[in-house]
Design a protein around this ligand. Structure first.
Ligand code: ASP
Length: 439
């Protein structure tokens, strides 16, 4: 079974981590292609090599000296090479990089060298071919990823390599200049490589044993999610859960390749599987809970609003004219409420209300601020009665007043708006109701 394994920065932060990575790769012959990040933090006080490289570029561009930073960079890479006893002279590579940065290299070029150098070190350590991402990952003139050209060139290249190391995070522009994805972009490269070789599985190795059902800063020791669908992941990440970036999932989602989130420090843990569809979830069970603070509702009331043609459009137009996007739109017979994030409403709320007053002539407008949204997501709630009842009962029992309810027609997500002071209590109440009662 052909697999692509992407390792994050903490998985390759020092020589010991490199040893774990090698052991993982050699454990399974199917793991033929590996995508490394740049070395990450070794502990909480440490710095990421990518941050260091950005700093060096910035200082050099301002005409400042970078000796101290260069010494730290050298210590990171030379330290790994030495501890692994590699016959690789990394110093000329580092010297070249320093010269390039001092000679005015772009931030993208500088930042990309963390992955580039780490890829060279890893390919020596494994004895695998090194494929420079600049030769196989392409961006258009505008800096947008060119999926077609990349797929064509990369798949042909991989077809000729039994094993290879392809550094993450960067590629090249039509003029040959290096261009990077957004921060954390090695995840995207991993997905691109998985698609290019039609892998059966894209393994994303990190420092946690999978996604958690809830934010551990709110719920104590939440359970790990075993299986999650792409759609559920989208719902949870929209609601603020820190999971894989949409962009990172896109290439494998398109190709129907599942993703397995794994822990380099605990390789025996199965991690979280992200799949297109899954029928195995127990009916009535949930996958995860996420939420966000900082919302305001504008409730517009007008008698016989339901019969007034164009009323909804005029409310939404008021938002559009002020440049405010809305998140949710619960309606009643004579009321229509728009829920917007405080960040988007800042400085614009008066304008919005004024426009609604003028164009809709409502009986009453109420602004309710200080709201939070809590999303309960689960494919197990589709066509299954009882999930909403369980959520509302749990909130009632915890003394949390629900200000609004929204269930999209996808039927895998029930969103409740609560007062921000109740937010943590609400998340915990829902979590306990489902997790404690499930087998
Ligand atoms: N090294 C890059 C960053 O820190 C990319 C990555 O690790 O995915 O953002």
């Amino acid at each position: 079974m052909l697999k692509v394994a992407k390792f994050g920065g903490s998985s390759l932060a020092d020589a010991r981590q490199f040893q774990k990575v090698k052991a993982i790769l050699l454990m399974d012959e199917g793991r033929r292609y590996v995508v490394p990040s740049a070395p990450g933090k070794r502990d909480d006080e440490d710095e990421k090599v990518t941050d260091l490289l950005y700093l060096m570029q910035k200082k050099a561009a301002q005409g400042e000296k970078i000796d101290e930073e260069f010494a730290r960079l050298k210590e990171r890479f030379a330290g790994i090479v030495e501890a692994l006893e590699l016959e690789l002279d990394i110093l000329p590579h580092l010297g070249e990089l320093r010269e390039a940065i001092e000679g005015g290299a772009s931030p993208d070029f500088a930042a990309s060298r963390g992955e580039y150098l780490n890829g060279i070190v890893l390919s020596h350590y494994l004895g695998w071919e090194f494929i420079d991402a600049a030769e196989v990952v392409f961006f258009g003139e505008n800096g947008v990823f060119d999926a077609d050209q990349t797929q064509e060139v990369l798949s042909a290249k991989l077809a000729k390599a039994k094993n290879a190391v392809i550094p993450g995070f960067y590629g090249s522009m039509p003029n040959g200049e290096i261009h990077t994805f957004s921060r954390g972009g090695s995840d995207i490269t991993g997905a691109i490589v998985a698609r290019a070789c039609s892998a059966a599985l894209y393994e994303n190795w990190t420092d946690v044993s999978g996604f958690l059902m809830a934010d551990p800063r709110i719920v104590k020791k939440p359970r790990e999610i075993e299986v999650i669908t792409y759609r559920e992941l989208r719902e949870l990440s929209y609601m603020g859960a820190t999971v894989l970036h949409d962009e990172a999932i896109f290439p494998v989602r398109m190709a129907g390749i599942p993703i397995n989130i794994r822990n380099t420090n605990e390789p025996s843990a199965p991690g979280t599987m992200i799949v297109r569809a899954d029928e195995s979830q127990v009916r009535g069970a949930i996958t995860g809970i996420a939420g966000k603070k900082g919302f305001t509702a504008i409730a517009v009331e007008k008698n016989l609003m339901n019969a007034e043609l164009g009323f909804g459009r005029r409310v939404l137009q008021a938002l559009e004219e002020s440049g405010v996007p809305f998140e949710h739109l619960p309606t009643g017979i004579d009321t229509m409420t728009v829920l917007c994030s405080d960040a988007n409403l800042a400085g614009r709320i008066e304008g919005v209300i004024e426009t609604i007053r003028r164009s809709c002539e409502p009986d009453h407008i109420e602004v309710i601020s200080g709201l939070s949204l809590v999303a309960t997501v689960g494919r197990g709630m589709v066509r299954y009665p009882g999930t909403a009842a369980k959520i509302f009962a749990a909130l009632a029992e915890a003394g949390v007043n629900i200000r609004m309810i929204d269930q999209g027609s996808s039927e895998i997500n029930i969103i409740t708006a609560v007062e921000s002071a109740d937010f943590e209590r609400a998340v915990n109440a829902i979590y306990s109701a489902f997790v404690k009662s499930s087998p």
